[in-house]
Unconditional design. Structure first.
Ligand code: ZN
Length: 323
């Protein structure tokens, strides 16, 4: 029997009787990070990095026993040893290393090698079996220099002000929004954020992270009060009727997906900026190679496309599939 199997509820370790990022309520849930597609409410107990636990409490309330750990410290379930290692994706984001009977498995969760002011750097692990995300499963997803994208946002903001448009930029409320604010810091651009983003900004500050100054967008705020601000909003309101309050605006999309042809247009945006908190295709391949695995399983994203692209690279690595 495999140490980690795929069940309807999520990835399951029978030896240790725990799930990783379960989609349905289970007894023990080990959570890689606090994005909504990686946890569910109703579990009997939660385990994760202490920052992940901080966000889970904010998002779900203290609904069950929640156990927070530091990176590289280990804990056990029925003799199965677990430890969390930075995934570089958002505060607390963890790769889960699972060891039993001299066999090591790693579940990446969402990963992002490179600089993130709100994370410890991604830790390169080695293992026997790797279960990796593959959100950006095509070589067309290669991230450009981040500072060049920041310059593009700066130019767009200036252009909008000259044309008397409000620049409204979409950014996921937890992770991308804070990183974007940090990247724009020092550029002289006033920032106005949607209340949902403000809530998570404050939760970052509670963890001791520095978030640059910002104002909160309020209902009925006048054009004059909004002024020259760049407005950050979560995807849930981007290009919905909610946006009509701005009268005249330019909609910017901040995502790795803008490299896919027509994405900007299809999402009703006026322009796109390639900023992502996920690994690009090359980084996914590099992690697979450097993990020195006997076999790799794919999760999230277009698994068939990733499989095809990995086969094209003729890596000397077994790509495995759960039934
Ligand atoms: Zn995520």
């Amino acid at each position: 029997m495999k140490l980690i199997e795929s069940r309807a509820e999520g990835l399951y370790c029978a030896k240790g009787d725990f799930y990783i990022d379960p989609l349905r309520p289970v007894k023990r849930a080990v959570i890689t990070h606090a994005h909504a597609d990686h946890f569910c409410s109703g579990c009997d107990s939660y385990f994760g990095h202490r920052h992940t636990i901080h966000f889970l409490k904010l998002r779900m309330g203290r609904i069950a026993p929640m156990h927070g750990f530091e990176y590289n410290s280990s804990f056990e379930f029925n003799g199965v040893k677990l430890s969390l290692h930075s995934a570089g994706h958002m505060p607390g984001s963890s790769q889960v290393r699972i060891e039993y009977d001299e066999e090591v498995w790693v579940v990446t969760g969402d990963l992002k090698p490179g600089n993130n002011p709100y994370c410890e750097p991604f830790e390169q692990l080695t293992c026997d079996f790797l279960i990796t995300e593959c959100t950006f499963s095509d070589p067309l997803f290669r991230w450009p220099n981040e500072q060049e994208e920041v310059s593009k946002i700066k130019n767009w903001h200036q252009d909008c002000i000259e044309k008397e448009l409000h620049p409204v930029l979409s950014a996921y409320a937890i992770g991308k929004a804070q990183k974007t604010q940090q990247l724009l810091d020092g550029n002289g651009i006033p920032i106005l954020v949607h209340p949902t983003i403000a809530k998570f900004n404050e939760s970052y500050r509670e963890l001791g992270f520095k978030i640059p100054d910002y104002r909160i967008l309020k209902d009925g705020m006048s054009k004059k009060k909004i002024g020259n601000a760049l407005v950050l909003v979560p995807p849930s309101v981007f290009n919905t009727a909610w946006m009509l309050r701005f009268e005249k605006y330019s909609a910017g999309l901040s995502s790795g997906w803008v490299l896919k042809p027509n994405t900007v247009k299809d999402r009703g945006a006026d322009c796109g900026f390639v900023l992502s908190d996920h690994a690009d295709f090359d980084s996914l391949v590099k992690n697979i190679k450097q993990s020195k695995v006997k076999g790799v399983y794919l999760m999230h994203g277009d698994k068939s496309l990733m499989l095809q692209n990995l086969q094209n690279l003729e890596l000397d690595i077994k790509i495995l599939r759960y039934q």
